[in-house]
Design a protein around this ligand. Sequence first.
Ligand SMILES: *[C@@H]1O[C@H](CO)[C@@H](O)[C@H](O)[C@H]1NC(C)=O
Ligand SMILES: *[C@@H]1O[C@H](CO)[C@@H](O)[C@H](O)[C@H]1NC(C)=O
Ligand SMILES: *[C@@H]1O[C@H](CO)[C@@H](O)[C@H](O)[C@H]1NC(C)=O
Ligand SMILES: *[C@@H]1O[C@H](CO)[C@@H](O)[C@H](O)[C@H]1NC(C)=O
Ligand SMILES: *[C@@H]1O[C@H](CO)[C@@H](O)[C@H](O)[C@H]1NC(C)=O
Ligand SMILES: *[C@@H]1O[C@H](CO)[C@@H](O)[C@H](O)[C@H]1NC(C)=O
Ligand SMILES: *[C@@H]1O[C@H](CO)[C@@H](O)[C@H](O)[C@H]1NC(C)=O
Ligand SMILES: *[C@@H]1O[C@H](CO)[C@@H](O)[C@H](O)[C@H]1NC(C)=O
Ligand SMILES: *[C@@H]1O[C@H](CO)[C@@H](O)[C@H](O)[C@H]1NC(C)=O
Length: 895
Amino acid sequence: MEISLALLLVLVAISDIIHLVQAQSQPGFISLDCGLPANEPSPYSESKTGLRFSSDSKFIQTGEIGRIQTNLENPLKPYTTLRYFPEGTRNCYNLPVDKGRKYLIKAWFRYGNYDGHDIKPMFDLYIGPNLWATVDMQNLDGNSTSEEILHVPSSDSLQICLVKNEGTTPFISSLELRPLGNNSYITQFGSLKLVSRGYYTTSKNYIRYPDDAYDRLWSRLSPSSSLTYISTTSDVSDGGNYNIPKAVGQKAAIPTNASLSLLIQWTPESSNDQYYVYLHLAEIQDLQANETREFSVFLDGNRLSDPIIPKKFEITSMQSLNPRTCGGEECSLKLTRTQRSTLPPLLNAFEIYRVIQFMQPETNETEVVALKSIQDTYKLIRINWQGDPCVPQHLMWDNLTCSNTTISRPPRVTSLNLSSIGLTGTIAAAIQNLTQLEKLDLSNNNLTGEVPKFLGNITPLLFMIARFHRNLSGNDLNGSIPQSLQSKGIELLLHGNPRLCQTKSCTKPQSKDFPVVIVATAASVIILIAVLVLVFVLVFRKKNQYTAMQALQMPPNMPAVVNIENANSHEPLNEIKRRMFTYSEVIKMTNNFQNSLGKGGFGMVYHGFVNGSKQVAVKVLSQSSTQGYKEFKAEVDLLLRVHHTNLVTLVGYSYEGDHLALIYEFLTNGDLKQHLTGKRSRPIINWSSRLGIALEAALGLEYLHMGCTPPMVHRDVKTANILLDDNFKAKLADFGLSRSFQSGIGYQDSTAIAGTPGYLDPEYNHLGRLGEKSDVYSFGIVLLEMITNQPVISQTSENSHITKWVSSKLICGDIIEIMDPNLRKDYDSNSAWRAVELAMSCANPSYSKRPSMSQVINELKECIMCENSRLSNNQGLESRAINIGLDSSVVPKAR
Ligand SMILES: *[C@@H]1O[C@H](CO)[C@@H](O)[C@H](O)[C@H]1NC(C)=O
Ligand SMILES: *[C@@H]1O[C@H](CO)[C@@H](O)[C@H](O)[C@H]1NC(C)=O
Ligand SMILES: *[C@@H]1O[C@H](CO)[C@@H](O)[C@H](O)[C@H]1NC(C)=O
Ligand SMILES: *[C@@H]1O[C@H](CO)[C@@H](O)[C@H](O)[C@H]1NC(C)=O
Ligand SMILES: *[C@@H]1O[C@H](CO)[C@@H](O)[C@H](O)[C@H]1NC(C)=O
Ligand SMILES: *[C@@H]1O[C@H](CO)[C@@H](O)[C@H](O)[C@H]1NC(C)=O
Ligand SMILES: *[C@@H]1O[C@H](CO)[C@@H](O)[C@H](O)[C@H]1NC(C)=O
Ligand SMILES: *[C@@H]1O[C@H](CO)[C@@H](O)[C@H](O)[C@H]1NC(C)=O
Ligand SMILES: *[C@@H]1O[C@H](CO)[C@@H](O)[C@H](O)[C@H]1NC(C)=O
């Protein structure tokens, strides 16, 4: 039995409708007569169905009006006019719907040679970003077709788009939406595209509204000689959820040869197609006492149900609970009577739908609304600002870009460029709802008013993955620059706004015209020059006598000085974009978490590879960690503000449901603690390198204290958190410890104190006071460890804390007693003394007496200079250098 022509037959016979009715309530119906001329009444009642059709002009801004050549055909009025779309690739209707409600959506296309070209078009039909159907009129026998789908909109606005394909002009005759009940056509997933719906009748008439409350169109199935058509005039009720019209239930077919099956066949478009089949049946014959009608339903030989006995004059709808795939080239549904049945199977009507999974998530609804609002605010006319802004990718709106998406992550707008298009008025408030906007360019317009705060509202997670750019230059903005926009990581261009407050009392705008000038003190200039000279000397000598480690150690002094500038300037974030990884990528990169590197701030850290080669350290939030999420957020919060050569770089992150992971660069030389305790089978780090490492760690800390807004406190500075890369360049790690995080032992009962015993500022410990000088204290302890290589808290010695140990040795005034014996006296003692003194002043129990990190840095540079001048003067004659130190009368007194 051929059913694919059923709909066509109906459309050809469209004027044969018999049900003349009065308009009645059509709750939630949307009936659009596309292209209804403005001078015709709208809405109007279609005379045969009573459906109230209105003009489509309120729901679409584009397209032109056409009318079919009525001499050819005589359809219902709504199908005589049409809207066609010569301009733009995608044109969309925007319909108000109830989110989450199931709709029957019908689109009708009647060509009728409206354009006189007699070329039947072919184009695509989309729901939002997803392809619904290809309307191919070229391979159609008739002049009209329709598409139907059962679909649950995911937002309150439904976009139905006609998209050019093959260059012919898309058009549409009518668009009809009918809300359905909740309990019918239930699917596990996806929407249902109509393949066929028909009823068994000998009449040429089709049935739709008002007989069918949902306005489903029941067409006559092609007559078949092997069937016997039966009907009744008795009332046939439908007690089920499908609300099948009485007129459909009153008709049925049975195989003429009672021993044969009733067969329905159709050809799938692809062998993977999944179908839902609905059979509607009611017994409409009078059965004798000794007669039984019972049958089973088979799809491709597989029985779909228990034997069915149709109820007398009551419609039962048989639905498939699961989508079905047809095995072969053809799908065949068979109704076969059971052995005890005396009568052949019976069927009144059926429906077949194909599952369409709309895989492409729509752009975040809030953002779509925001873009529309921006469009309205500025009266932007953009032919392609229709349909989903971001997807499908080839139809993305002009002047914006979007994030790439996965099924679970709807696309978001990441850049918007509205420069030089004569925008007037203030900066549109709706921009704040584009919460993931990395780049915003509103330059060279005529915008007035203040610079809104929200341009700097950026969520922490986002800061990890992107760089931010706000270009407001060349407008007429006034007022001052909000604090939120002065954050690190936002590149802000404001030049060419003459009325914008640029005086010192206002916060200083950052722009290309006014680069931030780094004011260096005379002393630091001298140091810079000295260091540069030394670097040259050393680089030059490196070829000759210094070990690889020394040679590699020195160059960081150069970037170190440059970094001081970085810390104070508004350098944009690293060029490397921080990537978002899926959890499965994390599993892959760590080879299923095989190689553990240890335990970090809020979970285990694993070794891994990105792109097969780049080594990374992957910190995974432990599932059991109740504090974990907070700590993760804290780390993220910090990461958003930091980018510094002496802080460990974040490569990316993964944030999928319960699975949180941060992916850092992997530093091949491990942490400083391992080196000092000799756990690494490497030569002990020499004095010069230790000073360099100390300086770099200090620069990282200073950046946190001074270079970030608001300032950050590391709170867990210790040798284990100073990592070394393959050039022994030091980078601070594990920053952003949250208040709740506890590390080490002994502080289980405290929720406020964070940090590691021994490194913990005694004032903070006692008073719970937190400030950057708490880090200075910890840094002092680190420095003492680097100098002495003594345990921070000794289990054996009575002078249990390292500061006490050093103090006790200072009384003797012998630097050799204090210094790590592993250094084998290979250091400039002047330099060593200065370092000890510095370390002890950092570790001063009194918060206020400790130096700032900037002072620490200056002092460390002095230490390095002492040591370096020894190295350059003495060409490796260590013993002499030591002697000079010992003889010196200018040995400072350690405080
Ligand atoms: C379709 O339209 C053409 C003219 O474009 C006409 O010749 C033909 O008869 C129409 N077909 C039907 C089935 O109405
Ligand atoms: C359909 O279900 C939704 C939620 O599941 C509910 O809010 C709505 O009221 C239901 N509608 C009807 C007609 O039952
Ligand atoms: C009905 O079908 C059966 C099986 O194909 C066949 O044997 C029988 O002759 C048919 N009866 C009639 C009346 O055609
Ligand atoms: C049912 O009974 C009627 C008489 O009451 C008889 O004519 C008919 O053949 C019987 N049908 C079957 C299938 O036994
Ligand atoms: C859309 O974006 C808003 C604002 O960022 C957010 O609150 C909302 O959860 C997002 N919706 C979805 C479905 O992701
Ligand atoms: C916006 O898009 C249009 C069309 O693609 C293009 O001509 C124009 O240059 C774009 N404007 C900006 C500022 O990118
Ligand atoms: C998004 O995906 C496309 C194609 O898959 C790729 O060309 C593009 O670079 C991606 N964009 C981002 C930001 O990852
Ligand atoms: C701003 O408006 C003035 C006229 O009001 C116009 O001459 C000028 O070109 C506009 N500037 C921009 C950048 O659109
Ligand atoms: C931003 O979105 C929210 C919720 O979607 C909405 O209530 C609010 O009005 C929007 N704000 C602006 C300025 O458009």
